[in-house]
Design a protein around this ligand. Structure first.
Ligand code: 5GP
Ligand code: ZN
Length: 116
C-alpha cells in the first residue's frame, strides 16, 4: 500500500511537508513544488501504484474518483469554464519523474498544444 522510499508516500504520511489542496481517505492533492502554471496541483491515490501502466481493472473506480475530484476542484477554484489541463505522465518516455501515479491539474494560463 505504501512504499517507504517513495517521495509521494512520504507526503501522504506527512513526513515531507506539502501544501495540501484536498484530502480524503483514498486521495491526496497538493500544490506542485515547481509549478508550471498559476495553478498546478498534483492528485495522487493514497495507494502506491507506480504508474498508469501498472493499473488493473479493480483500480478503475479509484482512477475515476480522482478525475471527478479534479473537475470538482476546478469548479471550486473557479476556472472550470475557462478551462484547464489534466496530465498523466507515464514511464520514462512519458516524462514521469516520480513513480507513484499522479495527475497534474494545470490552470489559469493559456496552455500550448502540442506539449513538448
Ligand atoms: P512527473 O514529472 O513525474 O509527471 O511529475 C512529478 C511532479 O512532482 C513534478 O511536477 C515535481 O515538481 C513534483 N514534485 C516532486 N517532488 C515534490 C515534492 O517534494 N513536493 C511537491 N509538492 N511536488 C513535488
Ligand atoms: Zn508512493
Amino acid at each position: 500500500m505504501n512504499d517507504p522510499n517513495c517521495i509521494f508516500c512520504k507526503i501522504i504520511r506527512k513526513e515531507i511537508p506539502a501544501k495540501i489542496a484536498f484530502e480524503d481517505e483514498e486521495i491526496l492533492a497538493f500544490h506542485d513544488i515547481s509549478p508550471q502554471a498559476p495553478v498546478h496541483i498534483v492528485f495522487i491515490p493514497k495507494k502506491h501504484i507506480v504508474s498508469l501502466a501498472e493499473t488493473t481493472n479493480p483500480d478503475a473506480t479509484l482512477l475515476g474518483n480522482i478525475l471527478v475530484r479534479i473537475q470538482e476542484t476546478a469548479k471550486t477554484l473557479g476556472f472550470s469554464k475557462k478551462g484547464y489541463r489534466v496530465v498523466n505522465n507515464t514511464g520514462t518516455n512519458g516524462g514521469q519523474t516520480v513513480f507513484h501515479i499522479h495527475f497534474h491539474l494545470l490552470a489559469e494560463r493559456r496552455l500550448q498544444w502540442p506539449p513538448g
